[in-house]
Ligand binder design. Sequence first.
Ligand SMILES: [Zn+2]
Ligand SMILES: [Zn+2]
Length: 339
Amino acid sequence: MKALIYEGPEQLAWQERPDPRIEGASEAIVRPIASAPCDLDRAIIQGRTPLFPPFEIGHECVAEVIAIGEGVVRTKVGEVVVVPWSIHCGSCGRCRRGLTASCENVTPRAMYGTQLGGDFGGLFSELVRVPYADAMLVPVPDGVDPIHVAAASDNLTDAWIAVSAPLAKRPGAAVLVVGGAGGISLYCVQTAFAAGASRVTYVDRNDERLAMAATFGATPIKRDDSRLPEHDVVIDASAHPAELARALRAVAPGGECVSVGVYFLDVAIPILDMYANDVSFRIGRPSVGPNIEKVLELVRARTLDPSKVTQRIVGEDDAIEALRSRAMKPVVTRPRITR
Ligand SMILES: [Zn+2]
Ligand SMILES: [Zn+2]
């Protein structure tokens, strides 16, 4: 099979690799038909992370099921499914509590596309092994275009979890999204409205993202050094330490900040301001498993329209160029072969 390999900063290459095979009864082999870069992948490609090459990159995709192990009962060959970014069993204590990103039956941090916790391959590659098919794979409902829900594997569902949990505690609250990380910033704006936010304010220094956030109904604020307006719910989608600090200072008394950024170094946070304002702060690898179905239902109902964030739909031949480009959310597609 052809695998997309991260070889070093700005260096990607398609390489021949052995086809993955079913190694256990609960497994499946899938063929990605729509793969997207997580914002973390863009940082990896640009050499801005401590992840050392080479490895198969990619952890967001919709795939068709090619083969299943003898113990798989729910997943069917030919089915079109979202493949979650993390490897999880679905039956351990943590998985049953919804913490699929911290499954007890895999090496800690096990995921696609980084070699963290083992080599599970990457979701741009032609074939992928899924260790726990029934627990991990989520069917894409009829009426939902696979191309636009590749990010349900990670960024889109991450945004939904980040925004919907604090809004559930504060129905109709106004939400401040501090953007900058990439496509996930805009998914946070969309999911905030889908989760019932009365207003969404979007801060960024990128004019393209500001304009797109405005088309979604958010109030755009061009980033400068002034203090941000206080909100009960603040989402840090900046992946930038200084912006995280500003986001934390913008939380109204008793409010909550959730960060969807990944920080590879310790960063300073304004803990005295947080103390003074009784601020809750949450950050974590998203446990997408129990939430993907809900996100797909929101898309099917047109409450959420991630197609507006998709930019550039390409085939394998143009994948490397698209992934190195500035396109917000390119999608690499492959024809189906089971029908
Ligand atoms: Zn990711
Ligand atoms: Zn588990």
